[in-house]
Write a protein that binds this ligand. Structure first.
Ligand SMILES: Cc1cc2nc3c(=O)[nH]c(=O)nc-3n(C[C@H](O)[C@H](O)[C@H](O)COP(=O)(O)O)c2cc1C
Length: 190
C-alpha cells in the first residue's frame, strides 16, 4: 500500500460515504482499538467530525484522558477483525493481538494508525457533549492520509469500493459503485 498525506480540502471526503471506522486511542502507553459506526463530518473549516462513544467503553476513558483519537478506515477483507473489535473490550483482551491488526506510529497524535487499513485521520478532541446514552466527541482533524489506489481527492468508487458499512448486529455491507449526477443532461453518467 502506498499512502500519501492528503490536502485539507479532501480530509472530510474520507468519511463522506459513511464507512465504518476503527477508532484508536492511547493513554500512558495503553493503546486500544474499537469499531465505530456513529461518526460523521460536521464542518469544513476547521475540518471537524463527531464521534459517539458510550461511556462504558475503554475507548471512552482513553479518548477522554488523552483528548485525541485516530480513525482508520478498514476494507471488507478485514471484516472479521472489524467485528471482533466491536464485540470485545480492550478491558478484557489486547484487541490488536486478538484481531491480528498491526498498530503503527501516527504522525500528529499518540493513538496508533492501523497498518492494514486504507486511510487514516488523526484528531484532537475539542469538546465532549453528553446528550443521550452515548457522549459526542467533537474532533478536529489534524492530518489525514490514504492509499493512492483507492483515494485521490475522493474515493475511487467507479468500480466496486471495498469500504465496510454496518447494517445491524453481525450484518455488514460493501459499497458497490458510485453514480455522478449531471442535472443538465437527460441521463446520468457513472
Ligand atoms: C459494527 C459496530 C459498530 C459500532 N459502533 C459503535 C459506535 O459508534 N460507538 C460506540 O460507542 N460503540 C460502538 N460499537 C460497540 C463497540 O465497538 C464495542 O462496545 C467495543 O467492544 C468497545 O471496545 P472498548 O471497550 O475496547 O473501547 C460498535 C460495534 C460494532 C460491532
Amino acid at each position: 500500500m502506498s499512502k500519501r498525506i492528503l490536502s485539507q480540502s479532501s480530509w472530510l471526503r474520507l468519511l463522506e460515504p459513511g464507512p465504518l471506522v476503527l477508532v484508536t486511542s492511547m493513554f500512558r502507553s495503553h493503546p486500544n482499538v474499537m469499531t465505530a459506526a456513529w461518526v460523521s463530518p460536521i464542518g469544513f473549516d476547521p475540518p471537524m467530525i463527531q464521534l459517539a462513544i458510550h461511556p462504558g467503553r475503554l475507548t471512552h476513558e482513553l479518548v477522554s484522558k488523552s483528548e485525541m483519537f485516530g480513525l482508520s478506515v478498514p476494507t471488507m477483507d478485514l471484516i472479521r477483525a472489524v467485528h471482533r473489535c466491536g464485540v470485545i473490550s480492550g478491558n478484557d483482551q489486547d484487541k490488536f493481538e486478538a484481531s491480528g491488526l498491526t498498530p503503527i506510529d501516527p504522525h500528529e497524535i499518540e493513538a496508533p494508525r492501523i497498518h492494514e487499513c486504507v486511510a487514516h485521520l488523526e484528531c484532537g478532541v475539542l469538546q465532549r457533549v453528553s446528550l443521550a446514552d452515548h457522549d459526542l466527541f467533537i474532533g478536529r482533524i489534524l492530518t489525514a492520509e490514504a492509499d493512492a489506489d483507492y483515494f485521490g481527492d475522493r474515493w475511487y468508487a467507479d468500480q466496486e469500493l471495498p469500504l465496510v458499512h454496518h447494517i445491524a448486529a453481525e450484518h455488514y455491507s460493501g459499497m458497490t459503485r458510485s453514480y455522478a449526477v449531471n442535472l443538465d443532461e437527460d441521463a446520468d453518467e457513472s
